[in-house]
Design a protein around this ligand. Structure first.
Ligand SMILES: Nc1nc2c(c(=O)[nH]1)N[C@H]1C(S)=C(S)[C@@H](COP(=O)(O)OP(=O)(O)OC[C@H]3O[C@@H](n4cnc5c(N)ncnc54)[C@H](O)[C@@H]3O)O[C@H]1N2
Ligand code: MOO
Length: 411
């Protein structure tokens, strides 16, 4: 039975159970979802230190120093980053200090190198008098010890990696990345490099699905291909299920004479949760679950349909298995009319850009399900629910940005 896009999402969400957590070292946490809260094991900064290369001194000692009225102080020591100060700064003296070096006892201010006569002499002249406490990073001013920093459920990006590394956290508990098996189906498909005999075509879905997995940090555990016969599909599905947490197929799911995917999935123990969604492209999308709860997506073979269904349904499922809801959708204004469908939700590749603080979008020129070139220049998918008419310029629509593109600044 054909179901709505909303129901398809609900059925998928209800069927998914996040995978187990596991400890991952810091170098492998990028893109994973934290399964534990992280608190600061020590304050940040851990010790009071210099924010500028210059001289550490007691503010009172330089009075109203200026270009016309320089004040001289004796340099008693030097402190580099990573070294402990060897001397105390007593009144009338100062210490040459480098950014990140611990503040010597007795000093309360740092004057930047540029406001002095410079390094390397026994006596230094000060040409400015910054405020007391200037250019000092105080212990604990950013983060106090034991304060919560990262929360369970957060997705780890490069910024979170930097925070964990700063705190010396060598790893954390995180949701496990799904092991994904990809299967393409069809007698007509060849790999680049192979000759195109007769009406053969190249297999683009294999590479597209692999690239989509990688765009979300997942390296598929298997890239398999089966011709349109039951025996091959039986073998390929057995192999895929021996390896994966989630199976994604493309092709052979429609009503053609040789569309055996559904039959062989059921033979392998998969139960259908839905087949056919009121959407264009991607109507024959199938979703099922194995006896032990592993999700199975069978995407339509048309390349634009396969990519649209992957982005719309498979990506959120990959994230949910790791304990994360996403990705977020945006609202944009149509700069050109949108060819909505009377009865079906319509997804089309297009360009989304920012102008005067607002998001605009337009559909790619080639929009049929087999026209893969419409996806190449696009930076997202534009969508709208069923509508009897074309949506006019100025109407608001929903968009999903491709994470590898971002929003451009011009239409
Ligand atoms: N009588 C009907 N025919 C079709 C219907 C329908 O409802 N009634 N639905 C159409 C729709 S919509 C789609 S989408 C396709 C989906 O069919 P399948 O999932 O069975 O896919 P195939 O028939 O195997 O392939 C469709 C098309 O895509 C090409 N293809 C397949 N795999 C790849 C690949 N890995 N790389 C590149 N291109 C691929 C294939 O050669 C076909 O041209 O069914 C419609 N028909
Ligand atoms: O609806 Mo099919 O997925 O486009 O050609």
């Amino acid at each position: 039975m054909m179901i709505t896009v909303e129901n398809a999402h609900r059925i998928i969400r209800d069927a998914l159970v996040p995978l187990s957590h596991e400890y991952r070292p810091l170098s492998e946490l990028l893109g994973l979802v934290l399964a534990e809260d992280i608190a600061a094991p020590f304050p940040l900064p851990r010790f009071t230190n210099a924010a500028m290369d210059g001289f550490a001194l007691c503010r009172e000692d330089i009075g109203n120093a200026s270009q016309d009225n320089p004040v001289k102080l004796k340099v008693v020591t030097e402190v580099a980053a990573g070294a402990m100060p060897e001397k105390v700064v007593v009144p009338g003296t100062c210490a040459q200090i480098m950014t990140g070096a611990p503040l010597p006892e007795g000093a309360d201010t740092i004057v930047a190198f540029e406001q002095t006569s410079g390094f390397g002499t026994e006596e230094v002249s000060f040409f400015a008098a910054p405020k007391k406490g200037a250019n000092i990073r105080y212990a604990g001013e950013e983060v106090s010890q034991d304060s919560p920093l990262l929360q369970k459920g957060e997705r780890v990006g490069p910024g979170e990696i930097a925070v964990l590394a700063t705190l010396g956290v060598g790893g954390a508990l995180a949701g496990r990345r799904p092991r994904v098996a990809l299967v393409t189906v069809g007698n007509e498909l060849r790999l680049p490099g192979e000759p195109l005999d007769g009406p053969a075509i190249y297999n683009s879905n294999r590479f597209m699905m692999q690239a989509l997995c990688r765009a979300w940090g997942i390296e598929p555990v298997a890239l398999l291909h089966a011709p349109d016969d039951r025996e091959s599909l039986r073998k390929i599905f057995a192999e895929a299920f021996s390896l994966c947490d989630m199976l994604i197929t493309a092709g052979g799911i429609s009503t053609g004479e040789y569309d055996y995917v559904q039959e062989l999935l059921h033979e392998a123990g998969v139960t259908a949760r839905f087949w056919t969604v009121a959407q264009k492209p991607g109507k024959p999308l199938y979703f099922g679950v194995t006896g032990d709860g592993r999700p199975v997506f069978a995407l339509p073979g048309n390349p634009v349909s396969a990519m649209t269904c992957f982005l719309e349904y498979v990506v959120p499922a990959l994230l949910l298995l790791q304990g994360f809801a996403g990705p977020e959708k945006l609202t944009a204004v149509l700069a050109e009319p949108f060819p909505a469908d009377r009865k079906r939700h319509r997804f089309l590749p297009g360009t989304i850009w920012q102008e005067n603080g607002r998001l605009f979008c337009r559909v790619s020129p080639k929009v049929e399900s087999h026209m893969i070139t419409g996806l190449a220049g696009a930076n997202g998918i534009i969508e709208t629910g069923p509508s009897p008419d074309r949506l006019p310029v100025g109407a608001q629509v929903t968009c999903t940005l491709f994470p590898w593109h971002g929003v451009s600044g011009a239409g």
